[in-house]
Design a protein around this ligand. Structure first.
Ligand SMILES: [Fe+2]
Length: 215
């Protein structure tokens, strides 16, 4: 290190209230939506390299379906209608990755309750999805215009950017489990098709129109 650099470094360390001034500097940087990339130590609050690399780690965690998940799914079905929202999914958020919506670092898992005779509008997104039927006989996912009804033990795939919608054509609630690779995606998380759809949402004519309009 040159003498000039050494002197400057020493002078910085002798500044009065240096820690308070650094805290104030970091607060101002954050408030202006910038990121300070000059990691100086790993034992300070601003551990820049770890933050930049997103090195949060998932931790082991147990959710109980019967006591944690199912009661909330049914309460949500009572309170949140498809007029309020086009989806009613309960995402399992790993405590080590919160507030990211991630169950493990590269995937999230969500439980969905489709109420009897409930049909949701179609959409598409860059994440791929795997869906497992858990309860009920009328769960369906429309994939690229084909309505696939799936029951307990069945699996349906909705690949990247495929138009799809969800619903239940049965007379009892149906629960399914979705696994998406969403945490790894940074572009086009999702988009929704405009209103106007067939009974199960994805008739070929409207699908063509949506694809032309890239919605
Ligand atoms: Fe979706």
């Amino acid at each position: 290190m040159s003498a000039g650099k050494s002197n400057a470094s020493s002078a910085a360390r002798r500044l009065p209230n240096r820690e308070a001034a650094l805290d104030s500097l970091y607060n101002d940087i954050s408030a202006k939506n910038m990121f300070p990339f000059w990691a100086t130590s790993t034992d300070v609050a601003h551990d820049e390299i770890k933050q930049l690399m997103g090195t949060q780690k998932a931790v082991p965690h147990l959710w109980s379906y019967k006591s944690d998940i199912e009661p909330i799914l049914f309460r949500a079905a009572e309170l949140v209608t498809m007029d309020d929202s086009e989806r009613r999914s309960l995402i399992l958020v790993n405590p080590g990755l919160s507030p990211r919506r991630a169950t493990v670092s590269t995937m999230y898992t969500a439980y969905r309750l489709n109420d009897a005779n409930e049909v949701m509008p179609p959409h598409r997104h860059s994440p791929n999805a795997i869906r497992f039927g858990l309860t009920g006989k009328g769960n369906f996912t429309g994939v690229g215009g084909e309505d696939i009804t799936f029951g307990p033990g069945d699996m349906v795939l909705t690949p990247v950017d495929t138009w799809h919608n969800h619903g239940n054509v049965g007379n009892e609630p149906a629960v399914n489990l979705s696994v998406l690779d969403l945490p790894g995606h940074r572009h086009r998380i999702g988009c929704r098709r405009p209103a106007g759809r067939g009974r199960l949402g994805l008739d070929a004519e409207l699908l063509d129109e949506a694809q032309r309009n890239d919605v």
